[in-house]
Design a protein around this ligand. Structure first.
Ligand code: ATP
Ligand code: MG
Ligand code: FE
Length: 338
């Protein structure tokens, strides 16, 4: 089964061809980072317009690179939520038009379920059930992957997502957008033990996260330095902040897996591409006797290959979307709409 997948939920216009759920035949990503950099973050209206410009191109390239045509593929998968409504609509409209013109089945895919499924690409042995820590720009979720297409949220952030904290702290120390990779690069030159930022715990739950306290603590530290006229060592701030995030994420993830009796733990989403986070997870999972899975960085940040993988398993589960498929900006994990 060959799936053509389309992704346009945020600021990447992407298309891919995935065969039998695990084999990525092509993976084309047109990033808008350079464009949004000028504004310090993603501007929804600009994102939508750029998707319109790029979507036909990435689809054509994905088919070409895979040596396929619209006639030779079996189904079309597309992200229909969550994300920016105007951005999502571009991919959804494209997928519907192609499905209608070529009379191919259409499968609406959940973006975060796609992030989770990125783990299947390079781990042919990985099968549900397993626990997945999703850490992206908009989500910090512990997801119980019970089966293909069967997800249950067992914990989430009470305030900011991990990626959002990276982006906000990056802005505060003048690194600009996108924050994650810039903080990671600067952190390599700093001392992670220089500043003791708090490891936030949510008092009434072991499974939930909170990052706004850490963010405020960084902002307070910067303000205090400014008031005292002290120069800020930005590399130390980056390294200490990153260490605090990575420490909380990894200890929570491993504790949750132990508590629920899971022997397999995966990570997903843009923050999962962070080298310090991956290293800490490898170390802590090994110590706990838990099998650890993570995608290559290119499959952690937004891409269409992961949508093709998820779309394949949804397709095999009998999921078919109608030509009335709509974008659902607030789509919940493990649910279907439209
Ligand atoms: P969501 O998937 O929740 O809808 P999104 O699609 O915008 O949000 P992703 O593309 O999965 O998010 O990830 C982008 C986020 O990952 C950004 O917040 C970015 O700062 C963060 N990120 C990317 N690379 C790194 C890195 N190397 N270290 C830390 N964070 C990173
Ligand atoms: Mg992005
Ligand atoms: Fe994403």
């Amino acid at each position: 089964i060959k799936i053509l997948a389309i992704e346009s939920s945020c600021d990447e216009t992407a298309a891919a061809v995935v065969e039998n759920g695990r084999c990525v035949r092509s993976n084309i990503i047109s990033s808008q980072i350079e464009l949004h950099k000028l504004y310090g973050g993603v501007v929804p209206e600009i994102a939508s317009r750029k998707h319109v410009e790029k979507v036909n191109f990435v689809v054509r390239e994905a088919l070409k690179e895979a040596g396929e045509t619209l006639d030779s593929i079996d189904a079309i998968a597309v992200t229909y939520g969550p994300g920016l409504v105007g951005a999502l609509l571009v991919g959804v409209a494209e997928a519907k038009a192609l499905a209608f013109a070529k009379n191919k089945p259409l499968v609406g895919v959940h973006h975060i379920e796609g992030h989770i499924c990125a783990n299947y690409i390079e781990h042919p042995d990985l099968e549900p059930p397993f626990l997945c820590l999703v850490v992206s720009g908009g989500h910090t979720h512990l997801v119980d992957v019970k089966d293909y297409g069967k997800y249950e949220i067992i914990g989430c952030t009470r305030d900011d997502a991990a990626g959002e904290a990276f982006d906000k702290v990056a802005r505060a120390i003048g690194l600009g957008y996108p924050g994650g990779p810039k903080i990671e690069a600067l952190a390599r030159e700093g001392n992670k033990d220089a500043i003791a930022f708090p490891r936030a715990k949510v008092s009434d739950s072991k499974m939930d996260f909170s990052f706004s306290g850490l963010k405020s603590s960084v902002l307070n530290y910067l303000n205090k330095c400014e008031m005292k006229g002290e120069e800020v060592n930005r590399a130390d701030v980056a390294a200490s902040f990153q260490e605090a995030v990575v420490d909380v994420l990894s200890s929570h993830g491993v504790e949750a897996a132990k508590e629920l009796g899971y022997k397999k733990l995966a990570i997903a989403g843009g923050v999962a591409s962070n080298g310090a986070f991956r290293a800490k997870m490898i170390e802590r999972c090994k110590a706990a006797g838990i099998e650890f899975y993570y995608p290559s960085p290119i499959f952690c940040t937004d891409n269409a290959a992961m949508i093709g993988v998820c779309g394949y398993y949804d397709y095999m589960n009998g999921v078919r979307s109608g030509l009335d498929l709509n974008a659902v900006p607030g789509l919940k994990i493990g649910t279907r709409q439209g």
